[in-house]
Design a protein around this ligand. Structure first.
Ligand code: SF4
Ligand code: MSK
Length: 625
């Protein structure tokens, strides 16, 4: 099988093998569909088309030969800024609605309406209760959990004018948000206000629009996403470092393979329990399988591998490839990053796509409603469907690549502090002494416009070689897992300073901190370091990157990361170049406003150089060598 041409599409050997297999079997993948879309619409790529009202759609000529304004008179600045804001709103909504689901799961568990969920991290619940000023004296755990959940739910539509968890930010950052008038007033409110302000005939001032984009994004990072992380830890346990396995080679030829794909741990945690059910394991054996092999994919996979011994089959661009192995009995999906093409690909094999959320149904999929009140019952039914489907596996079609890689994951904020011996001081000392120059966060998706995993892995390798500690979430972290960068042994690839620190602490040079919503963990660490040094986050030697981003969630993430004061490099170009004013504001002017900017750099090696340059400048600003 010729894999060479597929080496242009992915650096991952398992994916190359499966792309060759897809071609042989005549199955279309995202890469083929991207090719069919080319050349993609130039107006869309520049952000210059508007269809916000039915006088349009309108488009602005980027060369000045055609229309300079839409029918209503909106110019390029307004249209580009409005389009960007609507992407932020969608991304913030996705994260925050995920957060709300987790809050409601805790609420219902505390009310006794979701009996299959229990509070796994009692210490974290107590710490949150203290932070939220929920009385604990003489009260039961359920009463405390109920108050915490109610306070969290209130954050979505609160009337008090600011979000509770913003208090975690250093005072300098909060003051800057206040001066700019972008302190989020309520998670839902900021998203709604974007939709209002981008309606025809409302806000046309691109600066004013971008400020609202920042406010909504901050309500995601320090609100919706942060609540998702905090209360997932309370319900399912705060992650601790442990070993696991990644890549398509984790699928097993002689077992029932079930992949959980999507984002919310409320479903996948129940599937973990159901897959261990002795009766279902017995049923699998009766069907001729040796057992049930549960694997994760994308961020549901990240949620599972952070807390359980569940392997991860791959990241975003591997969802179709997993089905092409012919060895997957069921792919169970909930929300976000699930390709609509999955049911077409599954139609070529015996794989069942099982949707579970009322928010996300897929034509051609089997729907099993996942209901918190009967969570385990639904999970058992789903796993049973998968097990029974083993009968229909065509052994002649099974083709599982052998590639898999061990990793160490589970670096929650608490786990990092514990690995450091109980406080952040050893990390601060290593940064002050220069053994670690700074910290870089690599986050985000895959995008077939970028060689799969190359952006993530090349950037991470280059940064650790420059003595920059890397923290990761989402599909970026899965790329590093597959490349072996999440192992303590990967310290051999680090520069001498970082290598020595990793060896002393027995940690990898790239730390997996969780799923997309867990970028909030990175904010918490950044805020704690800033407070320890009594500076704003923007003064710290930190940088962010999203080398292969594609989703609207990533737009919200990038915006709240710069909104929090962290310089961020994007590896794919956002659709803002149609307005030189908006592009200049985001890449230059924002530094004066918010203390951080975006840069766009497709070459990960050049991106690493930019990030190091930024980190070194911040070190100088702090008087560090
Ligand atoms: Fe055209 Fe203005 Fe309507 Fe947009 S809002 S479609 S620019 S008329
Ligand atoms: S799953 S948002 S492709 S990181 Fe969170 Fe991966 Fe990006 Fe989805």
């Amino acid at each position: 099988m010729s894999q060479n041409k597929h080496a242009q599409k992915s650096i991952d050997p398992a994916s190359q093998t499966m792309l060759a297999r897809a071609e042989q079997e005549g199955v279309e993948t995202a890469w083929d569909r991207l090719h069919k879309q080319e050349p993609q619409c130039g107006f869309g790529m520049l952000g210059l088309c508007c269809r916000n009202c039915n006088m349009g759609p309108c488009r602005i000529d980027p060369f000045g030969d055609g229309p300079e304004r839409g029918v209503c008179g909106a110019n390029a600045d307004t249209i580009v800024a409005r389009n960007l804001l609507r992407a932020i709103a969608a991304g913030a909504a996705a994260h925050s609605d995920h957060g709300r689901d987790i809050v409601e799961a805790l609420l219902h568990a505390a009310e006794g309406k979701a009996p299959d969920y229990e509070i796994k991290d009692k210490e974290k619940l107590a710490a949150l209760a203290q932070e939220l000023k929920v009385p604990r004296e003489g009260r039961s755990e359920k009463e405390i959990a109920l108050d915490v959940a109610r306070k969290a739910l209130d954050e979505f539509g609160t009337s008090k004018g600011h979000l509770e968890l913003l208090e975690r930010a250093p005072s300098q950052r909060k003051e800057r948000w206040g001066e700019l008038g972008i302190t989020p007033r309520g998670i839902d409110r900021e998203i709604v206000e974007i939709m209002h302000r981008t309606h025809i005939g409302v806000d046309t001032d691109y600066v004013n629009l971008i400020l609202q984009g920042l406010r909504a994004a901050i309500s995601d990072g320090w609100g919706g996403s942060m609540w998702a992380t905090e209360l997932s830890d309370v319900l399912f346990g705060t992650p601790e470092p442990h070993r696991g396995e990644s890549n398509l080679g984790v699928l097993k030829e002689d077992e029932v393979n079930i992949i959980v794909h999507g984002h919310e741990p409320t479903l996948s945690e129940m599937i973990v329990l159901a897959a261990k059910d002795p009766q279902l394991i017995e049923l699998a054996r009766a069907k001729g399988a040796q057992g049930i092999n549960l694997c994760g994919m994308c961020c549901t996979g990240n949620e599972l591998l952070m807390r359980h011994d569940v392997p991860i089959a791959g990241n975003f661009l591997q969802q179709e490839l997993a089905i092409i192995t012919g060895a997957v009995e069921a792919m169970i999906v909930d929300v976000q990053c699930i390709m609509p093409a999955l049911t077409d690909v599954a139609g070529c094999y015996h794989t069942k796509i099982i949707s579970t959320s009322p928010k996300a149904k897929f034509s051609g999929a089997q729907h099993v409603a996942f209901d918190e009140e009967k969570a385990l019952e639904a999970a058992l039914e789903i796993v049973r469907i998968a097990v029974e489907n083993f009968t229909y596996r065509n052994k002649d079609k099974v083709f599982i690549p052998s590639d898999k890689m061990e990793f160490v994951a589970g670096f929650s904020t608490e786990a990092i502090i514990s690995a450091l011996g109980g406080s952040l001081d050893p990390l601060l000392d290593a940064i002050k002494e220069g053994n670690i120059k700074g910290i870089a966060a690599i986050v985000g998706c895959n995008n077939p416009k970028i060689k799969h995993d190359y952006g993530h892995v090349a950037l991470a390798e280059e940064l650790i070689a420059r003595d920059i500690l890397v923290v990761e979430t989402g599909c970026a972290a899965i790329a590093s897992a597959k490349a072996g960068l999440l192992l303590p042994e990967a310290a051999a690839k680090a520069g001498p300073g970082l290598k020595a620190v990793c060896e002393a602490l027995q940690i990898p040079p790239v730390l997996h901190m969780g799923s997309c919503v867990d970028i909030s963990r990175i904010l918490v660490v950044a805020a704690a370091v800033a407070k320890a040094l009594d500076v704003d986050i923007s003064a710290l030697p930190l940088a962010g990157a999203a080398p292969e981003w594609m989703s609207e969630k990533a737009v919200s993430i990038g915006t709240y990361v710069i909104g929090s004061g962290i310089f961020t490099v994007l590896g794919t170009v956002p659709p803002v170049l149609g307005s030189s004013n908006v592009a200049a504001l985001l890449t230059k002017g924002a530094d004066d406003v918010i203390g951080a900017t975006f840069a766009v750099e497709e070459d990960p090696l050049k991106a690493a150089a930019l990030m190091e340059e930024h980190i070194n400048a911040k070190r100088s600003g702090l008087g560090l060598p």
